[in-house]
Design a protein around this ligand. Structure first.
Ligand code: TYD
Length: 217
């Protein structure tokens, strides 16, 4: 139930933040969370992969070590998400809260299509069929060139072979996100993430305000 100290909404809202590594989705989602909290909204901040389910923990422990095959990763992301939707996302939406979610099944579509060679269309379909996940009110795709994303996470320059491989992967992940935002049925909002942080936050916040405007009770 909504506590009296919060602004009340007539339903829950789900806003998702996506983008390649280095796009800034975590910092943007944090700022949005602070803004909306200070405006009196009841915010639930979540992320995938989770740190909570056994599958999310397995991804976080074993994936950076290169121990998982791309297909094993795909299956684990879906199992983690099924748990997350049931235990965290749906309950918050049912209590008319605003869920700010850092990555969702669109990340699986973008990243695992590149790693497994399965099309993003098939991966999104598999998520939708196997989990019946709630569709977001908006999916913010924070978009920037792969070179810029990589240099934000590694510091300037792309010198080692490993970095070239990572660059190539991020070029393809970005392309998958952009294709998805044009062709998939979800409600996407592509935001230029090269802009200064305050402008990116301002743009996202004004889209969210538009969505919420007729639902404050
Ligand atoms: P990220 O949000 O960047 O987490 P952190 O800020 O903790 O590093 O996600 C970690 C990585 O997981 C990122 O490279 C994208 C990848 N990922 C997938 O490949 N598929 C998915 O379905 C999800 C949710 C994440």
């Amino acid at each position: 139930m909504n506590d009296d100290k919060y602004k009340r909404l007539d339903r829950g809202f789900l806003f998702v933040f996506e983008g390649i590594d280095g796009a800034g989705k975590t910092v943007v989602a944090d700022r949005i969370s602070q803004e909306l909290t200070s405006e009196g909204f009841d915010i639930v901040r979540l992320r995938e992969p989770t740190n909570e389910s056994p599958w999310g923990q397995e991804i976080r422990q074993r994936s950076p070590e290169g121990e998982l095959s791309p297909e094993e990763e795909l299956t684990l992301f879906i199992k983690d998400r099924r748990w997350h939707v049931r235990e965290r996302i749906r309950p918050a939406l049912e209590q008319n809260k605003i869920v700010l979610l850092d990555r969702y099944f669109f990340a699986t579509g973008a990243y695992q299509s590149v790693s497994t060679g399965i099309s993003w269309q098939d991966i999104l379909r598999r998520n939708r069929v196997e989990i019946s996940p709630p569709e977001p009110d908006l999916v913010f795709v924070l978009d920037l060139p792969a070179e810029e994303g990589l240099s934000r996470i590694t510091g300037r320059g792309c010198k080692t072979n490993k970095q070239f491989e990572q660059l190539d992967r991020l070029v393809r992940v970005r392309q998958a996100y952009l294709e998805m935002s044009r062709e998939d049925e979800a409600n996407y909002c592509v935001v230029d993430a090269v802009e200064p942080l305050k402008d990116v936050v301002g743009r996202v916040l004004s889209r969210i305000h538009q969505e919420l405007s007729e639902h404050v009770i």
